[in-house]
Design a protein around this ligand. Structure first.
Ligand code: SF4
Length: 342
């Protein structure tokens, strides 16, 4: 069964129009699907008889209005992060993380069940790829996350999966999420994170997608990067940097470069020098993230002294550079820790 939330407003309208229903019914249904997602469709007081009949015929046979089911909810000790284990219609499990800091509410959304990219330090990559998520499964996570963050306004697509490996479904989901008639999250509050899927970066540039782009870089030589992020063999640094320059030129946007600091691996002054050289002249901001632990990778987080020294060297080269605070790692909800298991 397909999800009703796989449909954009226009698609839902066309579907219902074919069955002779006026637009007032599409508006009523869309409103409930996107703005009151936990309401029962059956016998909803705002639905008129033609819509009730249409729903009786279609929902539960060809279409489903289900949201991902929350199987487990774990809260970090500081109370600011909630990790949700969600079960999809076919039994696949994914994780969504809700973060609440300083009045700002953000959801970290998954785009695939598992991931095919195989980054060695990431629990999702260590578990392998299961399948792509549909647009409605991405939209559904936002609606479920709102139960824990009613003022949710920010999304990062940094959960399980590589968003640009599931490009069409992800972009369609975001079209639905930014629709002002429904969920209405502003595009400038949405960040897509990639490990460097070059065709996806170029396509985002060509299509002038209005979202922030974050690039998980982590190493500044092909040898080191391929050892950490196997997909670098397919799209090596020269190709990746060309695509990033193209993206910046086409969109006039800054790229957020994510650098996970691993002790003895990529936290030296020499690495900082290579990184600033690689990014020289580009419109970027670097975010440093001390490594979060996972059972399948023995690397350790860089020490805070090394983190500060690395940041200082980057700043001296005139590149904006911040250190991201580690959040939610006591419940394995941090970057690279999502495994989709209870
Ligand atoms: S870091 Fe991202 S792209 Fe790499 S394996 Fe993990 S989820 Fe996939």
């Amino acid at each position: 069964m397909r999800l009703l939330r796989d449909c954009s407003y226009a698609e839902l309208r066309s579907l219902m129009d074919t069955d002779g229903l006026a637009e007032v019914h599409t508006r009523a249904l869309w409103n409930v699907l996107m703005r009151a997602p936990d309401a029962e469709l059956d016998g909803h007081p705002r639905f008129l008889p033609p819509l009730r009949r249409w729903l009786q015929t279609h929902v539960g046979t060809t279409w489903s209005s289900e949201l991902p089911e929350v199987e487990q909810e774990v809260e970090s000790s500081d109370g600011h992060t909630t990790k949700l284990l969600l079960r999809l219609q076919d039994g696949s499990r994914i994780e969504t993380v809700v973060m609440r800091y300083n009045g700002r509410q953000t959801a970290c959304i998954s785009t695939q069940a598992g991931c095919a990219m195989g980054c060695v330090f990431c629990a999702t990559g260590q578990g392998g790829f299961s399948r792509h998520l549909s647009p409605g499964e991405v939209v559904g996570q936002v609606l479920v996350a709102r139960r824990w963050a009613t003022g949710l306004r920010n999304l990062v697509l940094m959960g399980m999966g590589e968003p640009l490996h599931n490009y069409d479904a992800v972009m369609k989901a975001l079209d639905i999420i930014i629709d002002t008639r429904g969920i209405n999250i502003g595009p400038s509050r949405i960040t897509i994170s990639t490990v460097g899927v070059v065709p996806g970066i170029r396509r985002m540039a060509d299509e002038r997608r209005p979202y922030h782009l974050a690039l998980s870089l982590h190493a500044a030589t092909d040898e080191k990067r391929s050892a950490l992020i196997p997909v670098n063999r397919k799209w090596p640094l020269r190709e990746l940097m060309d695509a990033c320059r193209y993206y910046c030129a086409q969109t006039q946007r800054r790229i957020f470069v994510e650098w996970t600091l691993i002790e003895g691996e990529n936290d030296s002054a020499q690495e900082a020098g290579r990184l600033s050289e690689l990014l020289s002249g580009m419109n970027v901001q670097i975010n440093l993230i001390p490594l979060n632990p996972t059972t399948g990778y023995s690397g350790r987080a860089a020490e805070s002294r090394a983190v500060r020294a690395f940041q200082e060297l980057i700043l001296q080269k005139g590149i904006p550079c911040t250190v991201r605070q580690r959040r939610g790692i006591d419940v394995a909800a941090g970057c690279g820790q999502l495994a989709g298991v209870a």
